[in-house]
Design a protein. Structure first.
Length: 114
């Protein structure tokens, strides 16, 4: 799952940076939050650190494979908390969780992930 659409995290990070610039004397806690948001944005945009592949769509024109992070999916969604539990998942030989949803379009799924 490509997390290239996490512009909302980037926007939040820009917001914190503007707060830091406008309030320099009390900015230390904000700098820590800004650094954390920056690190999370980088992890989500890096495709090297994923443990889930989600195949969406059912015809060749609409099939897309998303690379994702199971812990983030489970933290943000009760559905994924259950769907990615050890009782339900199928893993590839290299340990990646394989997940297929043929009844969704890739465009809709990208919106769901935000």
């Amino acid at each position: 799952m490509s997390f290239n659409s996490f512009s909302s995290l980037e926007n939040i990070n820009q917001f914190f940076n503007s707060l830091i610039d406008s309030n320099k004397k009390d900015a230390l806690p904000l700098k820590h939050i800004s650094k954390l948001l920056n690190d999370l944005t980088n992890v989500l945009n890096e495709s090297d650190y994923y443990d889930v592949e989600i195949k969406i769509g059912n015809n060749d024109d609409d099939v897309k494979i998303f690379k994702a992070h199971s812990h983030i999916l489970k933290a943000r969604s009760l559905y994924f908390r259950v769907a990615l539990s050890d009782n339900w998942v199928e893993r590839s030989e290299n340990g990646i969780i394989l997940f297929e949803k043929e009844n969704l379009s890739s465009k809709i799924f990208e919106i769901i992930l935000m």
